[in-house]
Structures are given as structure tokens and as C-alpha cells.
Design a protein around this ligand. Structure first.
Ligand code: ZN
Ligand code: ZN
Length: 90
């Protein structure tokens, strides 16, 4: 693997450690970067992803895609899968 996507907060540079730090409005807790911002329980697509202050991050809630550094085919593939799997209702 020569191309790797780096994930970090665009505001403070905090890098997620792979832990489940995000909670959906349905109560599910998971690592949002495993699913490109989509709740695995209820399917809600989160366009913004909160930074995690208690893990060393800030209080910003930037757009999910802004977390990815070095956009490449992997991310485009992931995001296109997300778009296809989300119903066209908001
Ligand atoms: Zn949910
Ligand atoms: Zn941050």
C-alpha cells in the first residue's frame, strides 16, 4: 500500500485513535471513520463529525470529508458506496 489516507481534525490536528467516540442520536456509539460517517445502527449519515475534546481534540464539528488528508481512490470508493446506500430522503 503506497497511498494511505490520513485522518485528522482539520481544526486542531487531532488524530482519531480508532476508538468508538461518536454517539448517534439513536444512542449507538461507534468509530465514525469505520463507516465514513454513517451510523451502523440506524443508517443516519453524518455530514459533520465532531472532534473529541476529552481525547485531546477541540470542540469543532467540521464536515466529515474535511477530516481526510490525501484524498485518494479509497475514499472516493467509500464515499460513493455511502451515497448509494443512503435513501434519497433527508
Ligand atoms: Zn444512529
Ligand atoms: Zn479538533
Amino acid at each position: 500500500m503506497t497511498s494511505r489516507v490520513k485522518i485528522e481534525c482539520p481544526c486542531c490536528g487531532w488524530e482519531p485513535d480508532g476508538g468508538a467516540h461518536w454517539m448517534c442520536t439513536c444512542g449507538w456509539v461507534w468509530n465514525t471513520f469505520d463507516t465514513a460517517g454513517r451510523c451502523p445502527n440506524c443508517g443516519k449519515q453524518w455530514e459533520r463529525t465532531a472532534c473529541i475534546p476529552y481525547m485531546g481534540g477541540c470542540h469543532a464539528m467540521p464536515p466529515h470529508v474535511d477530516w481526510y488528508k490525501g484524498l485518494d481512490d479509497w475514499l472516493e470508493d467509500e464515499l460513493s458506496k455511502v451515497e448509494k446506500s443512503v435513501p434519497a430522503v433527508v
